[in-house]
Design a protein around this ligand. Structure first.
Ligand code: FAD
Length: 454
């Protein structure tokens, strides 16, 4: 952890100079659009090497499945930037020099150009964590194993193209591609689902236990995890330690699955062959610019409730930001929007909305899952001390399942559901209003959610 002292207090002077937003995905774009909605008139620049902003959640779902095209992911087209007088710069910010509070700050781009800002917003997101790679001397990528097309991650549009190429190459040989997915959290599970639907043979390295129990609660997580085997995925209850690359190329996978070019090595010493391996073992926040600027870091850029970092002219939003009191960073789409909305309101000197409970969704094997608040107390077979865990099951709709977690004061702190979004919508209202609800009524499918959230 680097430290630039405690999170600074807001400067009383209004922002009048240019706002430079580094990172033009959902968080960065939302800052720009909300600023203009607030009537903010100073120049705004959005800088991202990927160009026009686009949505990432469909990458592992609709885009991989071919249900949607890359153009459908756009958050805004060029006309939006013209109409709203937001300059879009296709570049990577290579360095950040922060002056004193209220002075000019300088960003250097990868083409050497320098931009100055009164306010800097860091919306640089995160990078997938890679697996360790061992390479045969004669493998094509011996000099740069991380560039080997058989070792993949999924964060960008191009990553989907690379994965589809592996599937297509195997298809031409008349056998399904064998893909190792490492990590069975939200992303790994979605990948296993989509790849299976595309006809791939999937080996999922899930580790021991039930993945995502702390996110969805044990009962829901167990039902979701069982879907993998039901859909023909080979679930390996072990962690993958590293990947070994052999000389055969992914473009011509062998028809013999035991002689494919990749082996996933488990911690217990097993070597599992595959055409390609995709790592879904987590992400790490892109904090190096912030580090260069001397900002306070701790697994993310530390921010206060206004999304202000430890320099009064710098804000951080989305996956890269971490609230100073939070036990961990949040890596969800709604959080990116909420933190961006707060930062924009503060920069524009408007009143920020009060943040709602954390919420996210996932889709796999044709089911829709949502969670709100914290399900951590429901992560084990028995509720954590002081909490009550309630499940709602409806014999008339066996596909649905909802879990609710109440604290010792009877207040709802979290809820998750499979194919029952109304449960989570009601939970949001109950949490936000601080309503005390009867656990028996929560569990009773005859009691409407509307009545409980009233
Ligand atoms: C495949 C996938 C599926 C997902 N599915 C879901 C889901 O179902 N539900 C859900 O709630 N969430 C989901 N998420 C998470 C959600 O997409 C993220 O929380 C969200 O994208 C975070 O937005 P962000 O703007 O903070 O960061 P990012 O989306 O990571 O964007 C950061 C941007 O910063 C740019 N950048 C980085 N460094 C620099 C630099 N130095 N200079 C200029 N630009 C820079 C990058 O190019 C990138 O465009 C999913 C994510 C992925 C990858």
């Amino acid at each position: 952890m680097s430290s630039a002292g405690p999170v600074a207090q807001p400067d009383a002077d209004p922002v009048t100079g240019p706002v430079m937003i580094v990172g033009g995905s959902v968080a960065g774009y939302t800052v720009a659009s909300r600023l203009r909605q607030h009537g903010f008139t100073a120049p705004i620049t959005l800088i991202d090497p990927e160009g026009l902003p686009y949505e990432r959640p469909p990458l592992s779902k609709q885009l991989l499945l071919g249900e949607t095209g890359p153009e459908d992911l756009a958050l805004a087209g060029t006309s939006w930037f013209t109409e709203h007088e937001v300059e879009l710069v296709h570049a990577r910010v290579e360095s950040l020099r922060l002056g004193p509070a209220g002075a000019e700050h300088t960003l250097t781009l990868d083409d050497g150009a320098e931009l100055t800002a009164a306010t800097v917003v860091l919306a640089t997101g995160a990078t997938p964590i890679s697996l360790g790679i061992e390479v045969d001397d004669d493998a094509p990528s011996a000099n740069d194993p991380s560039a080997d097309p058989r070792v993949l991650t999924l964060r960008h549009r191009d990553d989907v193209t690379a994965l589809r190429q592996i599937l297509d190459a195997a298809h031409h040989t008349g056998r399904p591609a064998r893909i190792a997915v490492v990590g069975a959290g939200v992303l790994g599970a979605e990948l296993a689902s989509s790849l299976t639907e595309l006809g791939a043979e999937v080996v999922l390295f899930a580790g021991p236990g039930i993945p995502a129990s702390a996110l969805f609660g044990r009962r829901i997580a167990a039902r979701l995890h069982a879907q993998h085997t039901d859909h023909g995925v080979h679930v390996f209850p072990e962690y993958a330690g590293s990947v070994r690359l052999h000389s055969s190329s992914n473009t011509k996978p062998s028809s013999d699955p035991t002689s494919t070019g990749v082996e996933v090595l488990t911690l217990s010493g097993a070597a599992v062959p595959a055409d390609a391996v995709i790592s879904a073992i987590g992400i790490s926040p892109n904090t190096w610019l912030a580090e260069e600027g001397g900002l306070e870091l701790a697994d993310g850029i530390i921010v206060d409730a206004d999304q202000r970092a430890s320099h009064p002219d710098v804000f951080a939003v989305g996956d890269v930001a971490r609230h100073e009191q939070a036990p961990r960073r949040t890596e969800h789409w709604q959080h990116a929007i909420d933190t961006a909305t707060t930062a924009a309101a503060v920069i524009a000197e408007a009143t920020p909305p009060s943040p709602g409970p954390e919420w996210f969704w996932s889709d796999r094997y044709g089911v829709h899952v949502e969670a709100i608040g914290s399900l951590r107390a429901a992560a084990a077979d028995h509720p954590a001390t002081g909490y009550t865990v309630v499940h709602r099951e409806d014999p008339a709709h066996p596909e649905k399942l909802a879990t609710f977690v109440l604290d010792d004061a009877g207040l709802l702190v979290g809820a998750a559901s499979i194919d029952d979004p109304l449960a989570v919508r009601a939970a949001r209202r109950i949490i936000q209003r601080g309503l005390v609800v009867d656990p028996d009524q929560l569990a009773d499918p005859e009691v409407s959610y509307k009545a409980l959230a009233r």
